[in-house]
Ligand binder design. Structure first.
Ligand code: HEC
Length: 135
């Protein structure tokens, strides 16, 4: 039941409603910004991934996979959103990574990513390209 003799109550509730609306707009805007950045949820490398990767890259370990992931996250979202490792296959990553590493180094103005680090990024992307999507 509305009490018309209490205008204060009404104004408080309309302030609350406005605040709710603001919160809703904030959440919606944030969602739009994140999807515009192409925010991608990267799978955390597991022992199984390291095991699978080491068949292709002898010496690959969970630690080196995580190193590759960190280098990827630090360097590969400077110009565009992080690309999803599963969206490209080995052949494609082999072609793209060296090309993009050149771009990174040119942008930064020095060899930010050396050949060893380039290999870590490549191994990470190729290994994680064949992760089975979580169901
Ligand atoms: C200096 C800016 C810049 C940085 C840093 C950068 N990229 Fe790119 N990337 C681009 C541009 C521009 C394109 C689109 C044109 C092209 O493909 O060259 C692109 C396109 C791509 C594509 C799609 C290309 C295709 O042929 O499918 C992938 C995948 C990619 N980048 C991955 C990466 C990875 C991995 C890194 C980190 C090693 C990285 N990018 C860092 C600028 C950058």
């Amino acid at each position: 039941m509305e009490n018309v003799n209490k205008p204060q109550t009404a104004s408080v509730s309309s302030v609350t409603r406005r605040q709710h609306m603001k919160n809703k707009i904030a959440v919606i805007s944030l969602t739009i910004v994140l999807s515009a950045c192409g925010a991608v949820k990267l799978a955390t490398p597991s022992d199984a991934d390291a095991q699978r990767g080491s068949q292709k890259y002898p010496g690959l370990s969970l630690a080196s996979l995580n190193e590759g992931k960190a280098l990827f996250e630090q360097n590969c979202a400077r110009c565009h959103g992080l690309k999803d490792p599963t969206k490209r296959d080995e052949e494609k990553w082999n072609a793209v990574v060296p090309r993009m590493v050149k771009k990174v180094n040119k942008k930064v103005g020095h060899e930010e990513i050396d050949p060893k680090e380039q290999q870590l990024i490549l191994q990470y992307l190729v290994t994680m390209s064949t992760v089975k999507p979580a169901k």
